[in-house]
Structures are given as C-alpha cells and as structure tokens.
Design a protein around this ligand. Sequence first.
Ligand SMILES: Cc1cc2nc3c(=O)[nH]c(=O)nc-3n(C[C@H](O)[C@H](O)[C@H](O)COP(=O)(O)O)c2cc1C
Length: 382
Amino acid sequence: MPMPNAINFDDLRRIAKRRLPRIAFDFIDGGVEDESGLARNVEAFRKIRLKPRFLSADVTTRDLSTTLFGKTYALPVGIAPTGLAGLFRHGADMMLAEAARDANVPFVMSGASTGSIEDLGRIAREHGWYQLYLARDRKISEDMIRRAADAGLSTLVLTIDVPINSKRERNLRNGFVRPYRVTWKSRFEALLHPEWMLEYMTHGMPHQSNWVRYARAGASVDDVLDFQSSQMPTPALMSDLEMCRRVFPGKVVVKGVMDPSDAIRAVEGGADGIIVSNHGGRQLDRAPAPIEVLPAIVAAVGSRTTVMYDSGIRRGADVVTALCLGAKYVFQGRMTLFGVTAGGKDGAQKALDILRDEIDRVMIHIGAPNLKEVSTDYIANV
Ligand SMILES: Cc1cc2nc3c(=O)[nH]c(=O)nc-3n(C[C@H](O)[C@H](O)[C@H](O)COP(=O)(O)O)c2cc1C
C-alpha cells in the first residue's frame, strides 16, 4: 500500500515495517520483557466506552483547538519524543518538527535525538519542546538546558522513567544494544529493504547530535554513542527538577509520572506540568496502563498543575477518552514515528490528519462541539 492510502495506525505501521529492516522496526514497535504493558496500554483504552449523544448539543461545527501553557494549538494531540528517528529515515527529527509546526501542534525533541536543539530552534521554535535525558555529569545537563533556552524553545520536558536500561528482548535478540552486535542474520535481512539500505549506505548511522560537543574532539558516531552510554541512564532526583526549574526560563514538564505521590512531588518541585506516561510500555512491563491511573493523578494534582497524557494512543477516540478523563493535552509517539518512516514529513502529517479526522468524528458522535468541556460525563462506564 502506498503511504497516501493509509487510513489508520495499522496501515502506517505496516508500511514502516516494509521499509525497515527488522532490527530497526523492532526498536520502534517493541516493548519490554513479555510486552504485556505494551498490549495493556492499547487494551485499556478499548475497554472504555464513550456515550453516543445526539440531541444535547449543536455539533454542526467543531473546534478542535486546545490551549496549553497560554498557546493555542490546532489539535489536542502532539508529538512525543522518540529517540533515533534519523535511523528510520534520514532527517526524520526535522521532518517531525516541520509536520508539527505546519499542523500547529507541539513537537518534543528527544534527549536521544538525531537532530539538534539548534536546528529545532531554527525550524520550529514556536512548536519545539526539548526532552532532557539526564547525564551523570549534571554540568552536561545544565548546558543542554541552556542550549534549549538559547534556541528559544518554550518548554523543557524532564523524563524520569528511565533510571536504568530496560530489558527490551527484541533488541537483545537482534543484537541492537550497546555495544551493537548485529547478527549476520539481521544483516542479510536488512538487504531485503533496499530503499532503507541505500539511505543507510549513503548517510551511515546518524549522530546523537546534541551529545557530539560533549564527547572528545573529532569523535566518530560510535564514540559519541559510547560517550552517551557512559553518561546515561541515571535516576532523576528532586534536585534535578530543581536544576531544570533554576536554569530553564520557560515551562518545565515532568514526563513518566504514574503515581499520585510522584505527581505531588513534581508539583512541589516546581513543575508547570506533568505527562502521565509509561513510556509507551517500554520501561516496566508490569506497570498499569497510564489511562488507568490518569483519574487518580488528576484528582491529586489537576487543580494545581497541567496534567498531560501519553501511551497507547492508536485512535482519535483514545485522545478524546484521555481528555474526558482529565488530561489537558495528549501526546503520541509511535503513530507519527511510523508515519515519518513510511513517508517522511508527509507521512507524519498523514498520522496527524488521521487523528484529526477521527477526533472530529468522535466529537460529533458524543455531542461535544469543543474540547474544553469534555469530562467523565461523556464516558459510559466510569
Ligand atoms: C522508538 C521510541 C523511542 C522513544 N524515545 C524516547 C525518548 O528518547 N525520550 C522519551 O522521553 N520517551 C521516548 N519514547 C517514549 C515516547 O515519548 C512516548 O512516551 C511513547 O511513545 C508513547 O506511547 P505510544 O508510542 O503508544 O504513543 C520513545 C518511544 C518510542 C516508541
């Protein structure tokens, strides 16, 4: 199927799968250990029922815009940070940034991104956020935060749910963990994906662009990856949130909150917002689905901070459900990552178009002309 014909998440996933060698596809698609958390994220949404309602409101026109931190976005769903995007398509980070800018939604650049903070500032300053993976040497982290501020980015996202590398069994079997030990089988399999292979042969493994300046002068791609691996992951402490708050002049958001007590701590540490997320089922396999814990977190801190959501978004109905359960904004990772892999900037745009269309249809069915007043009233089984 050509990318323009894609009509849903599964189509984009399938097209991306065809383009990528298995080793790369598995990195995006996979979860951790038994991948039960990955499945739970999606199943939990499918268990929640929205109320069809037709006589209560005029939905002849709908307003999908959503205001977040004083800025009005065209959609209630943005692009979550995803590392290594440039490996799936050369230049993918900036394609995602451009797609977000053109669709007027936020794009969060990953702390393991293959594009640079400075380029993001040039291309999509208004829509660009930066996600920080802490370095063991906190001076590096401070410098990254300053760079994000100097680039004019409005929001810093501190990810707290990667205290160690998780056990991603697909990557282990494929030899796709540092130091890479890619098997001959994987190398041969890659030859079955000539379009990707040609791009890889032309451009090679992409740099961890934001880390280059901290490795030794003249460091190769591999040296930078080694340096980065020596610096992270490292557990986040309250003092790190305080550092973000002190150094970054814009909004500070904590990503990876799954428990009300962590949410309260984040608020007390000065966060302007939190993202309820289990990293798309890529960290603790036995964690609950974030949509299951969202209501308790909203109850604990919803009146004091901006609660956002990600993980398991596959349909527009999932976005509306998270908003009904109290999220002020929603992010997704794999849908636009499969989109950009499948068709570059147009593919990322396609993912956002699919979500826009599905959200709009759900709004008509539940009798919600805008997203400001959606609430648990719109949910049939809570
Ligand atoms: C391939 C991939 C790479 C990711 N890289 C990062 C990252 O660098 N930083 C981060 O905070 N989250 C990262 N995430 C998690 C996403 O930001 C987000 O939480 C997750 O994708 C949401 O789940 P979904 O894919 O079901 O939408 C990554 C997710 C994927 C799939």
